[in-house]
Design a protein around this ligand. Sequence first.
Ligand code: F6P
Length: 481
Amino acid sequence: MSAEATGHADQVLVASNRGPVSYAVAGDGSLTAKRGGGGLVSGLSALGAGAGTWVCAALGDGDREAARRAGARLDPADTGGQAVRMLDIPAVTFDAAYNGIANSVLWFVHHLLYQTPLEPVFDTRFEEQWAAYEAYNAAFADALAEEAAPGAAVLVQDYHLSLVPGLLRERRPDLRVGHFSHTPWAPPELYRLLPDPVARQVLLGILGADRAAFLTERWARAFADCCAAVLGAEVDGLTVTHEGRTTRLGVHGLGADADFLRERASRPDVDERLAALRAQVGDRKTIVRVDRTELSKNIVRGLHAYRRLLTDRPQWRGKVTHVAFAYPSRQDLAVYRDYTAEVSRVADEINAAFAADGWTPVVLHVKDDFARSLAAYRMADVALVNPIRDGMNLVAKEVPVVSEQGCALVLSREAGAAAEMGEDALLVNPYDIAATAEALHRALSMPADERARRTKRLTAAATALPPQTWFLDQLTALRAM
Ligand code: F6P
Protein backbone atom coordinates (compact mmCIF):
# COMPACT_ATOMS: atom_id res chain seq x y z
CA MET A 1 0.00 0.00 0.00
CA SER A 2 1.41 3.39 -0.95
CA ALA A 3 2.13 6.24 1.45
CA GLU A 4 -0.49 8.41 -0.23
CA ALA A 5 -3.12 5.76 0.41
CA THR A 6 -2.35 5.39 4.10
CA GLY A 7 -1.72 8.80 5.56
CA HIS A 8 0.21 12.02 5.93
CA ALA A 9 3.05 13.60 7.85
CA ASP A 10 1.25 13.10 11.19
CA GLN A 11 1.23 9.41 10.57
CA VAL A 12 2.77 7.23 13.30
CA LEU A 13 4.16 3.78 12.67
CA VAL A 14 5.26 1.33 15.31
CA ALA A 15 7.51 -1.62 14.50
CA SER A 16 8.11 -4.52 16.85
CA ASN A 17 8.84 -8.20 16.58
CA ARG A 18 5.78 -9.25 18.59
CA GLY A 19 2.58 -7.60 17.49
CA PRO A 20 -0.61 -6.77 19.38
CA VAL A 21 -2.38 -9.95 18.27
CA SER A 22 -1.50 -13.60 17.75
CA TYR A 23 -3.34 -16.41 15.99
CA ALA A 24 -3.90 -20.11 16.60
CA VAL A 25 -5.15 -22.53 13.93
CA ALA A 26 -7.98 -24.79 15.04
CA GLY A 27 -8.41 -28.40 13.88
CA ASP A 28 -10.93 -27.32 11.22
CA GLY A 29 -8.44 -24.79 9.80
CA SER A 30 -10.17 -21.74 11.27
CA LEU A 31 -8.10 -19.07 12.97
CA THR A 32 -8.60 -17.69 16.48
CA ALA A 33 -7.14 -14.29 17.29
CA LYS A 34 -5.84 -13.44 20.75
CA ARG A 35 -5.05 -9.84 21.60
CA GLY A 36 -2.06 -9.08 23.79
CA GLY A 37 -1.50 -6.30 26.30
CA GLY A 38 1.59 -4.50 27.50
CA GLY A 39 3.03 -1.01 27.49
CA LEU A 40 3.12 -0.54 23.74
CA VAL A 41 -0.52 -1.54 23.20
CA SER A 42 -1.81 0.89 25.82
CA GLY A 43 0.79 3.50 24.81
CA LEU A 44 -0.38 3.53 21.21
CA SER A 45 -4.01 3.80 22.34
CA ALA A 46 -3.11 7.36 23.45
CA LEU A 47 -3.36 8.36 19.80
CA GLY A 48 -7.04 7.38 19.78
CA ALA A 49 -8.77 4.15 18.85
CA GLY A 50 -7.23 2.58 15.78
CA ALA A 51 -4.73 5.37 15.12
CA GLY A 52 -1.23 4.53 13.94
CA THR A 53 -0.03 1.54 12.00
CA TRP A 54 1.76 -1.39 13.61
CA VAL A 55 4.24 -3.50 11.67
CA CYS A 56 5.14 -6.81 13.32
CA ALA A 57 6.34 -10.31 12.45
CA ALA A 58 4.31 -13.48 12.14
CA LEU A 59 5.67 -15.55 15.03
CA GLY A 60 4.11 -18.96 14.49
CA ASP A 61 2.04 -21.02 12.08
CA GLY A 62 -1.24 -19.36 13.06
CA ASP A 63 0.20 -15.87 12.52
CA ARG A 64 1.72 -16.93 9.23
CA GLU A 65 -1.59 -18.26 8.01
CA ALA A 66 -3.40 -15.09 9.14
CA ALA A 67 -0.81 -12.89 7.42
CA ARG A 68 -1.21 -14.87 4.19
CA ARG A 69 -5.00 -14.74 4.27
CA ALA A 70 -5.15 -11.05 5.25
CA GLY A 71 -2.55 -9.60 2.87
CA ALA A 72 -1.47 -6.02 3.67
CA ARG A 73 -3.68 -5.59 6.78
CA LEU A 74 -4.99 -7.97 9.40
CA ASP A 75 -8.75 -8.05 9.88
CA PRO A 76 -9.56 -5.02 12.12
CA ALA A 77 -12.08 -7.20 13.96
CA ASP A 78 -9.09 -9.17 15.32
CA THR A 79 -7.06 -6.11 16.31
CA GLY A 80 -9.64 -3.83 17.93
CA GLY A 81 -9.51 -1.60 14.89
CA GLN A 82 -5.73 -1.18 15.00
CA ALA A 83 -4.09 -1.17 11.55
CA VAL A 84 -1.63 -4.07 11.72
CA ARG A 85 0.65 -5.34 8.98
CA MET A 86 2.05 -8.73 9.96
CA LEU A 87 5.13 -9.74 7.99
CA ASP A 88 5.25 -13.29 6.73
CA ILE A 89 9.02 -13.68 6.92
CA PRO A 90 10.13 -17.22 5.94
CA ALA A 91 10.07 -19.43 9.06
CA VAL A 92 13.73 -20.44 8.75
CA THR A 93 14.85 -16.81 8.51
CA PHE A 94 12.60 -15.78 11.37
CA ASP A 95 13.81 -18.60 13.61
CA ALA A 96 17.48 -17.79 13.01
CA ALA A 97 16.91 -14.07 13.59
CA TYR A 98 14.62 -14.35 16.64
CA ASN A 99 15.86 -17.46 18.45
CA GLY A 100 19.40 -17.50 17.06
CA ILE A 101 20.47 -13.86 17.21
CA ALA A 102 17.95 -11.75 19.12
CA ASN A 103 17.27 -14.13 22.02
CA SER A 104 20.49 -16.16 22.13
CA VAL A 105 23.06 -13.48 21.40
CA LEU A 106 21.87 -9.88 21.82
CA TRP A 107 19.62 -10.72 24.80
CA PHE A 108 22.45 -12.70 26.39
CA VAL A 109 24.97 -9.88 25.94
CA HIS A 110 22.71 -7.20 27.41
CA HIS A 111 21.61 -9.37 30.35
CA LEU A 112 25.09 -10.81 31.06
CA LEU A 113 23.84 -14.38 30.65
CA TYR A 114 26.82 -16.07 29.03
CA GLN A 115 28.89 -18.62 30.94
CA THR A 116 32.03 -17.34 29.25
CA PRO A 117 34.41 -20.32 29.54
CA LEU A 118 32.32 -22.12 26.92
CA GLU A 119 30.16 -19.49 25.28
CA PRO A 120 29.58 -17.54 23.12
CA VAL A 121 31.11 -19.26 20.10
CA PHE A 122 30.92 -17.13 16.98
CA ASP A 123 31.45 -19.50 14.08
CA THR A 124 29.76 -20.46 10.81
CA ARG A 125 26.36 -21.10 12.43
CA PHE A 126 26.43 -17.65 13.92
CA GLU A 127 27.38 -16.16 10.54
CA GLU A 128 24.37 -17.82 8.91
CA GLN A 129 22.10 -16.63 11.69
CA TRP A 130 23.48 -13.12 11.43
CA ALA A 131 22.68 -13.07 7.70
CA ALA A 132 19.11 -14.09 8.61
CA TYR A 133 18.93 -11.30 11.20
CA GLU A 134 19.99 -8.84 8.49
CA ALA A 135 17.30 -10.17 6.13
CA TYR A 136 14.62 -10.03 8.85
CA ASN A 137 15.58 -6.41 9.68
CA ALA A 138 15.56 -5.55 5.96
CA ALA A 139 12.03 -7.00 5.63
CA PHE A 140 10.86 -4.59 8.34
CA ALA A 141 12.69 -1.66 6.76
CA ASP A 142 11.09 -2.44 3.37
CA ALA A 143 7.60 -2.67 4.86
CA LEU A 144 8.00 0.55 6.85
CA ALA A 145 9.41 2.39 3.84
CA GLU A 146 6.37 1.31 1.87
CA GLU A 147 3.85 2.18 4.59
CA ALA A 148 5.19 5.57 5.68
CA ALA A 149 3.81 8.85 4.42
CA PRO A 150 6.35 11.63 3.79
CA GLY A 151 7.76 12.89 7.09
CA ALA A 152 5.96 10.24 9.17
CA ALA A 153 7.23 9.27 12.64
CA VAL A 154 8.41 5.68 13.02
CA LEU A 155 8.97 4.17 16.46
CA VAL A 156 11.12 1.05 16.20
CA GLN A 157 11.22 -1.29 19.20
CA ASP A 158 14.00 -3.26 20.76
CA TYR A 159 17.01 -5.47 20.06
CA HIS A 160 15.20 -7.56 17.45
CA LEU A 161 15.14 -4.53 15.16
CA SER A 162 18.45 -2.84 15.91
CA LEU A 163 19.40 -2.55 12.23
CA VAL A 164 16.06 -1.11 11.12
CA PRO A 165 16.70 2.61 11.83
CA GLY A 166 19.86 2.63 9.66
CA LEU A 167 18.23 0.58 6.89
CA LEU A 168 15.15 2.76 6.93
CA ARG A 169 17.18 5.97 6.74
CA GLU A 170 18.86 4.65 3.56
CA ARG A 171 15.43 3.98 2.07
CA ARG A 172 13.53 6.98 3.39
CA PRO A 173 15.67 9.87 4.68
CA ASP A 174 12.54 12.03 5.05
CA LEU A 175 11.19 10.01 8.00
CA ARG A 176 11.65 10.78 11.67
CA VAL A 177 12.86 7.60 13.26
CA GLY A 178 13.02 6.68 16.93
CA HIS A 179 14.40 3.48 18.43
CA PHE A 180 13.47 2.24 21.91
CA SER A 181 15.42 -0.40 23.85
CA HIS A 182 13.28 -2.28 26.36
CA THR A 183 16.34 -4.14 27.65
CA PRO A 184 19.38 -3.06 29.63
CA TRP A 185 22.44 -2.14 27.57
CA ALA A 186 25.73 -3.92 28.20
CA PRO A 187 28.81 -2.01 29.34
CA PRO A 188 31.54 -1.81 26.65
CA GLU A 189 33.76 -4.57 28.09
CA LEU A 190 30.86 -7.03 27.78
CA TYR A 191 29.35 -5.61 24.61
CA ARG A 192 32.71 -6.28 22.98
CA LEU A 193 32.10 -10.01 23.26
CA LEU A 194 30.31 -9.54 19.93
CA PRO A 195 32.44 -9.91 16.81
CA ASP A 196 33.76 -6.43 15.98
CA PRO A 197 31.83 -5.98 12.70
CA VAL A 198 28.59 -7.06 14.38
CA ALA A 199 29.17 -4.80 17.38
CA ARG A 200 29.66 -1.90 14.95
CA GLN A 201 26.67 -2.82 12.80
CA VAL A 202 24.26 -2.91 15.75
CA LEU A 203 25.40 0.48 17.03
CA LEU A 204 25.34 2.03 13.56
CA GLY A 205 21.88 0.56 13.00
CA ILE A 206 20.49 2.25 16.12
CA LEU A 207 22.39 5.47 15.36
CA GLY A 208 20.40 5.58 12.12
CA ALA A 209 17.58 6.83 14.37
CA ASP A 210 17.11 10.51 15.20
CA ARG A 211 16.44 9.50 18.80
CA ALA A 212 17.45 6.33 20.58
CA ALA A 213 15.63 5.93 23.88
CA PHE A 214 16.09 3.71 26.92
CA LEU A 215 14.25 2.87 30.12
CA THR A 216 16.86 4.37 32.44
CA GLU A 217 19.78 6.74 32.22
CA ARG A 218 22.11 3.89 33.15
CA TRP A 219 21.28 1.99 29.95
CA ALA A 220 21.44 5.17 27.83
CA ARG A 221 24.92 5.93 29.17
CA ALA A 222 26.08 2.36 28.59
CA PHE A 223 24.94 2.68 24.96
CA ALA A 224 26.84 5.98 24.61
CA ASP A 225 29.92 4.36 26.19
CA CYS A 226 29.73 1.54 23.61
CA CYS A 227 29.44 4.09 20.77
CA ALA A 228 32.57 5.82 22.05
CA ALA A 229 34.53 2.60 22.67
CA VAL A 230 33.56 0.68 19.54
CA LEU A 231 32.95 3.39 16.94
CA GLY A 232 35.08 6.20 18.34
CA ALA A 233 31.90 8.31 18.30
CA GLU A 234 31.83 11.67 20.02
CA VAL A 235 29.65 11.62 23.11
CA ASP A 236 28.41 14.78 24.75
CA GLY A 237 26.04 13.96 27.61
CA LEU A 238 23.16 12.16 25.96
CA THR A 239 24.12 13.10 22.40
CA VAL A 240 26.14 10.83 20.14
CA THR A 241 27.78 12.15 16.97
CA HIS A 242 29.35 9.81 14.45
CA GLU A 243 30.45 10.54 10.89
CA GLY A 244 28.59 13.83 10.83
CA ARG A 245 25.26 12.50 12.11
CA THR A 246 23.91 13.18 15.56
CA THR A 247 21.55 10.93 17.47
CA ARG A 248 19.92 12.16 20.67
CA LEU A 249 19.50 9.66 23.47
CA GLY A 250 16.35 9.81 25.54
CA VAL A 251 15.19 8.24 28.79
CA HIS A 252 11.56 7.21 29.30
CA GLY A 253 10.95 5.02 32.34
CA LEU A 254 7.76 3.16 31.46
CA GLY A 255 5.46 2.96 34.49
CA ALA A 256 2.49 0.88 35.58
CA ASP A 257 -1.01 1.60 34.30
CA ALA A 258 -2.72 2.10 37.67
CA ASP A 259 -6.27 2.63 36.39
CA PHE A 260 -6.19 -0.48 34.24
CA LEU A 261 -4.60 -2.62 36.97
CA ARG A 262 -6.95 -1.58 39.74
CA GLU A 263 -10.04 -2.05 37.62
CA ARG A 264 -8.88 -5.42 36.27
CA ALA A 265 -7.80 -6.63 39.71
CA SER A 266 -11.24 -5.96 41.16
CA ARG A 267 -13.15 -8.21 38.76
CA PRO A 268 -14.87 -11.42 39.90
CA ASP A 269 -12.40 -13.79 38.18
CA VAL A 270 -9.60 -12.27 40.27
CA ASP A 271 -11.74 -12.50 43.45
CA GLU A 272 -12.27 -16.20 42.76
CA ARG A 273 -8.57 -16.89 42.33
CA LEU A 274 -7.75 -14.86 45.42
CA ALA A 275 -10.15 -16.97 47.45
CA ALA A 276 -8.55 -20.16 46.11
CA LEU A 277 -5.03 -18.95 46.90
CA ARG A 278 -6.10 -17.79 50.35
CA ALA A 279 -7.57 -21.22 51.04
CA GLN A 280 -4.25 -22.77 50.08
CA VAL A 281 -2.02 -20.35 51.99
CA GLY A 282 -4.23 -19.74 55.04
CA ASP A 283 -3.39 -16.70 57.15
CA ARG A 284 0.35 -17.08 56.57
CA LYS A 285 2.40 -14.22 55.20
CA THR A 286 3.19 -14.35 51.51
CA ILE A 287 6.31 -13.70 49.45
CA VAL A 288 5.03 -13.26 45.90
CA ARG A 289 6.90 -13.38 42.63
CA VAL A 290 5.47 -13.38 39.11
CA ASP A 291 7.75 -13.79 36.11
CA ARG A 292 8.13 -15.27 32.71
CA THR A 293 10.52 -18.19 33.23
CA GLU A 294 13.32 -16.13 31.82
CA LEU A 295 17.00 -16.73 32.60
CA SER A 296 17.52 -13.11 33.56
CA LYS A 297 14.71 -13.19 36.16
CA ASN A 298 16.87 -15.23 38.55
CA ILE A 299 14.03 -17.39 39.84
CA VAL A 300 16.31 -20.22 40.94
CA ARG A 301 18.45 -17.97 43.16
CA GLY A 302 15.22 -16.52 44.53
CA LEU A 303 14.24 -20.03 45.63
CA HIS A 304 17.68 -20.60 47.13
CA ALA A 305 17.29 -17.37 49.11
CA TYR A 306 13.89 -18.51 50.38
CA ARG A 307 15.39 -21.85 51.46
CA ARG A 308 18.16 -19.94 53.25
CA LEU A 309 15.52 -17.83 55.02
CA LEU A 310 13.78 -20.99 56.28
CA THR A 311 17.13 -22.46 57.31
CA ASP A 312 18.62 -19.42 59.05
CA ARG A 313 15.40 -18.01 60.47
CA PRO A 314 13.40 -21.05 61.58
CA GLN A 315 10.79 -18.77 63.16
CA TRP A 316 9.33 -18.35 59.64
CA ARG A 317 8.74 -22.06 59.09
CA GLY A 318 5.01 -22.63 58.79
CA LYS A 319 4.42 -18.87 58.95
CA VAL A 320 5.19 -17.84 55.39
CA THR A 321 4.43 -19.17 51.90
CA HIS A 322 6.40 -18.37 48.77
CA VAL A 323 3.81 -17.89 46.01
CA ALA A 324 5.87 -18.20 42.83
CA PHE A 325 4.36 -17.93 39.37
CA ALA A 326 6.85 -18.77 36.63
CA TYR A 327 5.26 -18.79 33.20
CA PRO A 328 7.02 -20.66 30.37
CA SER A 329 8.84 -18.46 27.88
CA ARG A 330 10.99 -19.02 24.77
CA GLN A 331 10.57 -22.78 25.00
CA ASP A 332 12.13 -23.23 21.55
CA LEU A 333 15.48 -22.73 23.29
CA ALA A 334 16.92 -25.71 25.20
CA VAL A 335 18.54 -23.51 27.83
CA TYR A 336 15.11 -22.04 28.68
CA ARG A 337 13.54 -25.51 28.88
CA ASP A 338 16.32 -26.63 31.22
CA TYR A 339 15.91 -23.53 33.36
CA THR A 340 12.15 -24.10 33.58
CA ALA A 341 12.80 -27.65 34.78
CA GLU A 342 15.33 -26.41 37.33
CA VAL A 343 12.80 -23.97 38.82
CA SER A 344 10.36 -26.85 39.44
CA ARG A 345 13.12 -29.12 40.75
CA VAL A 346 14.33 -26.61 43.35
CA ALA A 347 10.77 -25.73 44.41
CA ASP A 348 10.02 -29.47 44.90
CA GLU A 349 13.25 -29.89 46.84
CA ILE A 350 12.29 -27.09 49.25
CA ASN A 351 8.82 -28.53 49.70
CA ALA A 352 10.25 -32.00 50.33
CA ALA A 353 12.67 -30.62 52.94
CA PHE A 354 10.37 -28.29 54.87
CA ALA A 355 6.67 -29.11 54.30
CA ALA A 356 4.85 -29.93 57.54
CA ASP A 357 1.39 -29.92 59.13
CA GLY A 358 -0.53 -28.81 56.05
CA TRP A 359 2.04 -26.14 55.15
CA THR A 360 3.41 -26.11 51.60
CA PRO A 361 6.41 -23.74 51.66
CA VAL A 362 6.42 -23.01 47.91
CA VAL A 363 3.24 -22.74 45.85
CA LEU A 364 4.53 -22.81 42.29
CA HIS A 365 2.27 -22.28 39.27
CA VAL A 366 3.57 -22.49 35.73
CA LYS A 367 0.38 -22.03 33.73
CA ASP A 368 0.00 -18.43 32.61
CA ASP A 369 -3.07 -16.88 34.20
CA PHE A 370 -3.21 -13.09 34.38
CA ALA A 371 -6.19 -13.04 36.75
CA ARG A 372 -4.32 -15.32 39.17
CA SER A 373 -1.23 -13.10 38.94
CA LEU A 374 -3.36 -10.12 39.96
CA ALA A 375 -4.82 -12.16 42.82
CA ALA A 376 -1.27 -12.87 44.02
CA TYR A 377 -0.43 -9.17 43.76
CA ARG A 378 -3.45 -8.38 45.91
CA MET A 379 -2.39 -10.76 48.67
CA ALA A 380 1.36 -9.96 48.58
CA ASP A 381 3.02 -9.08 51.90
CA VAL A 382 6.40 -9.15 50.22
CA ALA A 383 7.20 -8.96 46.51
CA LEU A 384 10.44 -10.60 45.40
CA VAL A 385 11.89 -9.15 42.18
CA ASN A 386 15.54 -10.19 41.93
CA PRO A 387 16.63 -10.21 38.25
CA ILE A 388 20.27 -10.55 37.27
CA ARG A 389 19.56 -7.56 35.04
CA ASP A 390 16.36 -6.11 33.70
CA GLY A 391 15.50 -3.15 31.48
CA MET A 392 12.85 -2.02 33.98
CA ASN A 393 10.72 -4.82 35.49
CA LEU A 394 7.06 -3.92 35.56
CA VAL A 395 6.13 -6.50 38.20
CA ALA A 396 8.09 -4.40 40.70
CA LYS A 397 5.88 -1.49 39.75
CA GLU A 398 2.59 -3.37 39.57
CA VAL A 399 2.56 -5.21 42.91
CA PRO A 400 2.64 -2.10 45.13
CA VAL A 401 -0.24 -0.60 43.10
CA VAL A 402 -2.47 -3.65 43.56
CA SER A 403 -1.45 -5.08 46.96
CA GLU A 404 -4.29 -4.76 49.46
CA GLN A 405 -2.32 -4.39 52.67
CA GLY A 406 0.74 -2.74 51.14
CA CYS A 407 3.79 -4.82 50.37
CA ALA A 408 7.48 -4.64 51.09
CA LEU A 409 9.51 -4.84 47.88
CA VAL A 410 12.75 -6.83 47.75
CA LEU A 411 14.31 -5.57 44.54
CA SER A 412 17.48 -6.31 42.62
CA ARG A 413 19.75 -3.32 42.30
CA GLU A 414 20.31 -4.45 38.69
CA ALA A 415 16.68 -3.87 37.65
CA GLY A 416 15.95 -0.60 35.89
CA ALA A 417 13.11 -0.09 38.39
CA ALA A 418 15.71 0.33 41.15
CA ALA A 419 16.58 3.77 39.75
CA GLU A 420 13.08 5.02 40.56
CA MET A 421 12.08 2.82 43.48
CA GLY A 422 15.39 2.11 45.20
CA GLU A 423 14.78 4.37 48.19
CA ASP A 424 11.68 2.56 49.36
CA ALA A 425 12.54 -0.95 48.22
CA LEU A 426 14.99 -3.26 49.98
CA LEU A 427 17.73 -3.46 47.37
CA VAL A 428 19.74 -6.64 46.91
CA ASN A 429 22.70 -7.94 44.95
CA PRO A 430 20.89 -10.63 42.91
CA TYR A 431 23.78 -13.12 43.17
CA ASP A 432 23.99 -12.91 46.97
CA ILE A 433 21.77 -15.58 48.51
CA ALA A 434 22.48 -14.67 52.14
CA ALA A 435 21.79 -10.98 51.52
CA THR A 436 18.57 -11.76 49.64
CA ALA A 437 17.43 -14.07 52.46
CA GLU A 438 18.18 -11.33 54.99
CA ALA A 439 16.22 -8.78 52.90
CA LEU A 440 13.28 -11.21 52.84
CA HIS A 441 13.47 -11.45 56.63
CA ARG A 442 13.52 -7.65 56.95
CA ALA A 443 10.64 -7.34 54.53
CA LEU A 444 8.54 -9.91 56.41
CA SER A 445 9.36 -8.20 59.72
CA MET A 446 8.64 -4.66 58.52
CA PRO A 447 6.16 -2.87 60.83
CA ALA A 448 2.76 -2.24 59.19
CA ASP A 449 3.00 1.55 59.33
CA GLU A 450 6.44 1.58 57.69
CA ARG A 451 5.22 -0.83 55.04
CA ALA A 452 2.20 1.38 54.32
CA ARG A 453 4.35 4.51 54.04
CA ARG A 454 6.82 2.82 51.72
CA THR A 455 4.06 1.31 49.59
CA LYS A 456 2.51 4.74 49.10
CA ARG A 457 5.79 6.15 47.82
CA LEU A 458 6.54 3.04 45.75
CA THR A 459 3.12 3.37 44.12
CA ALA A 460 3.70 7.04 43.34
CA ALA A 461 7.06 6.23 41.72
CA ALA A 462 5.61 3.23 39.88
CA THR A 463 2.78 5.17 38.29
CA ALA A 464 4.66 8.39 37.50
CA LEU A 465 4.85 7.62 33.78
CA PRO A 466 1.84 5.57 32.64
CA PRO A 467 2.10 3.89 29.21
CA GLN A 468 0.13 6.51 27.32
CA THR A 469 2.30 9.39 28.58
CA TRP A 470 5.41 7.28 28.06
CA PHE A 471 4.44 6.82 24.42
CA LEU A 472 3.32 10.40 23.76
CA ASP A 473 6.49 11.83 25.35
CA GLN A 474 8.60 9.85 22.89
CA LEU A 475 6.52 10.95 19.96
CA THR A 476 6.57 14.60 21.02
CA ALA A 477 10.34 14.55 21.50
CA LEU A 478 10.84 12.90 18.10
CA ARG A 479 8.57 15.33 16.30
CA ALA A 480 10.24 18.30 18.00
CA MET A 481 13.57 17.41 16.37
O1 F6P B 1 12.24 -6.91 27.67
C1 F6P B 1 12.26 -6.85 26.30
C2 F6P B 1 11.07 -7.55 25.70
O2 F6P B 1 10.95 -7.31 24.33
C3 F6P B 1 9.80 -7.10 26.41
O3 F6P B 1 9.26 -5.97 25.82
C4 F6P B 1 8.95 -8.32 26.38
O4 F6P B 1 8.32 -8.52 27.59
C5 F6P B 1 9.90 -9.46 26.15
O5 F6P B 1 11.16 -8.95 25.86
C6 F6P B 1 9.33 -10.28 25.02
O6 F6P B 1 9.95 -11.43 24.81
P1 F6P B 1 9.37 -12.47 23.77
O7 F6P B 1 8.65 -11.69 22.70
O8 F6P B 1 10.57 -13.17 23.27
O9 F6P B 1 8.44 -13.34 24.52
